[in-house]
Design a protein around this ligand. Structure first.
Ligand SMILES: Cc1ncc(COP(=O)(O)O)c(C=O)c1O
Length: 412
């Protein structure tokens, strides 16, 4: 009878000790991503939405708390606040970069504010250095929604290393994969608490080392499921290797479009702050309807008919339709039903929470947001990314000039 392996005998099955760590990669995605953005911790999750949910849970956001957010964004940047049963307080954007306006933030901080949540909309970083100072002065947490901005930089620092917590998404974004997202932070406490929001107990056993948090490991933390898909992480790991090269080529295309479009009266190409690297998840222009005498949607439809894919993002006209297929204009988030009804669960929660103040989201209360929503139109990341090169950008310009040369036809 051979001796038991447990007692020093020979193993029955010997596996290859040198097999790669995860998904065939020599290091884990989280290590590679943390290194890429220069953050201490990276926590892969199932989406940009769950990264935000986890970030707010890590910051301790709960009933009655206020989170300062923008209305000029994708749904998830605000629905994460509702997910944590807290109250979104909308602030305006600046009229050049369309990111959170720090002056309006200062006006809207109250004793119930817990988090400031700016969005790097279209891939242009929000002013997180200034917002972090405001947050720290007021004992708040800065959570940056960088879903659209992987690879962006401010003063040479990577987005993902500046805010207290930063969240990313992979679904069709600058770092693209089939699904998934990731959260980064330099704080061990935020990292462990974010993991507790939705990771499997086996992961939590490895991640959570703080004694007062370990008692939550066995219940899977707070019980949500933010587990990422392993194949999606493998793909994200591969795409991370070529992302900067692709982004640089996209920036070159964007710079060409900007130099050409700035010669056209009535179209304002995107402004980029000198200290940032804008990664152009979308290339966003403002359209002056008064100048052209043609509604923006008709102009955008004419471009699309010429083969230049453009859409109006915040207004939703590219993804919300009536049952007969007519595009809807849903406006910035504070215009939409949930925020106008203030009654998410049919009982007034979380807006009419006895722990907090009931907000009122007035139409017209965010003038820059509302104006830019009416004027913006976007080229998509994909259409500025390889194999689309400068020759293709020249063809886009050809099509734009064709539409403008025929603008009288559209006025009829
Ligand atoms: C600004 C912003 N935040 C959050 C998200 C949510 O990411 P996901 O779709 O991966 O949940 C998105 C997705 O488009 C986004 O654009």
């Amino acid at each position: 009878m051979s001796k038991l392996a447990l007692l020093g005998g020979q193993k029955t099955i010997v596996r290859d000790a040198n097999s790669p760590k995860k998904g065939g990669n020599p290091e884990s995605f989280e290590d590679a991503f943390a290194r890429y953005v220069d953050a201490k911790y990276a926590l892969p999750v199932s989406s940009g939405q769950t990264a935000l949910n986890a970030a707010l849970a890590a910051a301790g956001v709960g009933p009655g708390d206020e989170v300062i957010v923008v209305s000029f964004t994708w749904l998830a940047s605000v629905s994460c606040v509702l997910h944590n049963n807290a109250i979104p307080i909308f602030v305006d954007i600046d009229d050049e970069t369309f990111t959170m306006d720090p002056k309006d933030v200062k006006r809207k901080i109250t004793e119930r504010t817990k988090v400031i949540l700016p969005v790097d909309i279209y891939g242009h970083p929000a002013p997180v250095v200034e917002l972090k100072q405001i947050a720290e002065k007021n004992n708040l947490v800065l959570v940056e929604d960088a879903a659209q901005a992987t690879g962006a930089q401010i003063n040479g620092e990577m987005v993902g290393s500046v805010a207290h917590i930063t969240t990313f998404s992979f679904a069709g974004k600058p770092l693209s994969s089939s699904s998934g997202g990731v959260l980064t932070t330099n704080s061990q406490e935020f990292y462990e608490r974010a993991a507790l929001a939705g990771q499997h107990p086996s992961m939590l056993s490895q991640i959570v080392t703080t004694p007062e948090l370990r008692k939550y490991v066995a219940t899977g933390g707070y019980g949500d499921n933010h587990r990422p898909d392993g194949h999606a992480l493998t793909l994200a790991y591969e795409n991370l290797k070529t992302m900067d090269e692709n982004t640089d080529a996209r920036i070159e295309n964007a710079n060409f479009l900007t130099s050409e479009l700035s010669k056209i009266p009535g179209i304002t190409p995107p402004y980029v702050k000198p200290e940032v690297r804008h990664v152009y998840h979308m290339y966003t222009c403002l359209y002056d309807e008064n100048h052209f005498g043609v509604p923006r949607d008709k102009f955008v439809a004419a471009l699309n008919a010429e083969g230049v894919t453009t859409w109006t993002y915040i207004d939703g006209a590219n993804y919300v339709f009536e049952s007969d297929g007519t595009p809807c204009h849903v406006g910035p988030l504070h215009h939409r039903t949930i925020y106008q009804e203030l009654d998410l669960y049919g009982k007034g929660c979380p807006f009419q929470c006895p722990h907090g103040m009931t907000p009122k989201y007035e139409i017209g209360s965010l003038p820059v947001t509302e104006q830019v929503t009416k004027q913006e139109f976007n080229f998509l990341q994909h259409d500025l990314t390889s194999p689309n090169d400068l020759d293709m950008m020249k063809r886009y310009m050809e099509a734009i000039h064709k539409v403008i040369d025929n603008i009288n036809e559209l006025r009829k």
